[in-house]
Each structure stands twice: as C-alpha cells, then as structure tokens.
Design a protein around this ligand. Structure first.
Ligand code: FE2
Ligand code: FE2
Length: 260
C-alpha cells in the first residue's frame, strides 16, 4: 500500500472539509509502506526514533512547526528540524481534523477507553468538546489518580472541588472551544481539559467549590489529554493492516518536573 492510499482510507467517514490541516507535511505520498509510526507530535526525538526503526511514514496529530496550518516562520530551530525530516525521507501526515470530526471523535474515544470511563459521550455546541455521563460516579481526586496511573501523566492538576462524587463530566481534550462555557454550565460537575487559562478557568472552579458548588477543573496537559487517541489509532491499524507494520511511538510530555 502507498502512503497516499492509506491516507485515503484513513479519511473515509463522511468528513470532507474544504480547508483542513490534514495534509502531507513532508516526503513522497507515492512511498510504498512497510513501516508506519503513529505519534502525537513529530518531535525531533520521535522523528529520530521512527528513522532508526525504519519507518516510511509518521502519522501525527499536531503541528510539526508550531503553527496550526504549518506556516513556517524561519529560525534556526525550523531550519534544523526541516533538514532532519527531509534527510530522513519519511512521509509525515497530519491526522487531526478527521480524528475529531468523525461521527465519534477518535481522540475522545481513545482517552475515555484507556481511562476506563464507561458511559456514552454526546456532542456539545462546541467543537471537540463532549459531555459524558459516567455509569459510576467518581470524584476529581480519583479521576486524576487514574489519569496518572492509566495515561502516564506525571502531574494532573485539579482546581475546585476534589472530593465530591460526580457523574456529569465535560471532556474537552486538547484546547478546544467551549471549556469556559461548559465549566459555567450548572449541570456539569467536572471539566477535563488539556491546557487552561489559570486566572479564568481555574479561579472560577476554585470559587465555585468554595461556594459549595460541586465543580472541578482537571488539567491534564495537552499531550496527556490527547495522545491516547493516537494510541488507539495505532492499535486499530495494527489489527487492520497486515501489509505493513504499525508502531506507536511515545513523544512524552513536554514538561519536566523536579521529582520525575
Ligand atoms: Fe490538540
Ligand atoms: Fe486534537
């Protein structure tokens, strides 16, 4: 199978936007595939790891050059990274919009799957934000600990109510629209997100809890909140495709800590 044929198959599903960031960023789409790496970010280290594994293609969720539509603003970093990628000859394909805009958001599905949160999630008016009604009530502390254990996030942060049981959770993985609006929704008890504006979102949750309202904001980090969607994609590709090998490459969280 060629890279362009795999891309065509991945994109089946009724989502065909006029403008999308889901394009080939580097390499030749005619490349015959033997090894395909799946990762969250094409970091310098994941490109090197893919290269030493012998990958022909890397499927990523996020931009490689720090801009959503990959408009490259030249500096020594972009120049060196581009040289590294071009020298590798690997096809890089960004798979972002299709992941989120399927009938069922594939990133959200992956996160909830590996988190072991059962219950259906429903769309909200906000793109890539969902409401989950959990079968078993859970509090923010238990949920954060589960994220650290099952998703490997080094430090999950909680603002607001930590201990009261909740069953209405807004899943706003990454940094989608509607996080503030869903946090303010009286029916929503816990909001999960990748990145948050502290002075606005976290302080709203803190005040809400201090006023006796069951409201929490859980900040997972951008990578921690989305990479499991790519992990699930890699697993499904391993099961579906036998003409090439698929491997999930972990890009790791972007921050380091003093204790880990
Ligand atoms: Fe994202
Ligand atoms: Fe995303």
């Amino acid at each position: 199978m060629k890279a362009k044929e795999l891309i065509e198959e991945l994109n089946i599903g009724g989502f065909a936007p006029e403008i999308t960031c889901d394009t080939v960023k580097s390499g030749d789409p005619e490349t015959e595939l033997k090894k395909v790496a799946v990762t969250m970010f094409a970091t310098v280290d994941t490109v090197r790891a893919a290269k030493s594994w012998g990958a022909d293609m890397i499927i990523v969720h996020e931009p490689t050059y720090y801009d959503h539509m990959e408009v490259i603003i030249p500096s020594i970093v972009e120049e060196r990274k581009k040289a590294l990628i071009e020298e590798s000859g690997i096809v890089i394909y960004r798979y972002h919009d299709h992941m989120h805009h399927r009938e069922k958001d594939q990133i959200t599905e992956g996160e909830l799957h590996y988190l072991g949160l059962e219950g259906d999630f429903e769309r909200t008016p906000y793109s890539a934000s969902y409401i989950l009604k959990t079968k078993t009530p859970i509090n923010a502390l238990e949920l954060a600990k589960r994220m650290e254990k099952e998703l490997g996030i080094a430090h999950v942060r909680i603002a607001g109510e930590r201990d009261k049981k909740s069953s209405t959770i807004a899943a706003c993985f990454g940094t989608p629209d509607g996080v503030y609006e869903l946090l303010r929704d009286e029916n929503v008890e816990i909001v999960l997100t990748g990145e948050a504006c502290e002075w606005k979102l976290a302080e709203y949750a803190r005040d809400a809890a201090a006023l006796g309202i069951n409201k929490s904001l859980i900040v997972m980090g951008h990578i921690g909140s989305e990479r499991d969607g790519m992990r699930l994609l890699a697993k499904r590709m391993q099961e579906k495709y036998t003409s090439f090998e698929t491997k999930y490459i972990e890009c790791g969280e972007v921050y380091m800590y003093t204790d880990k």
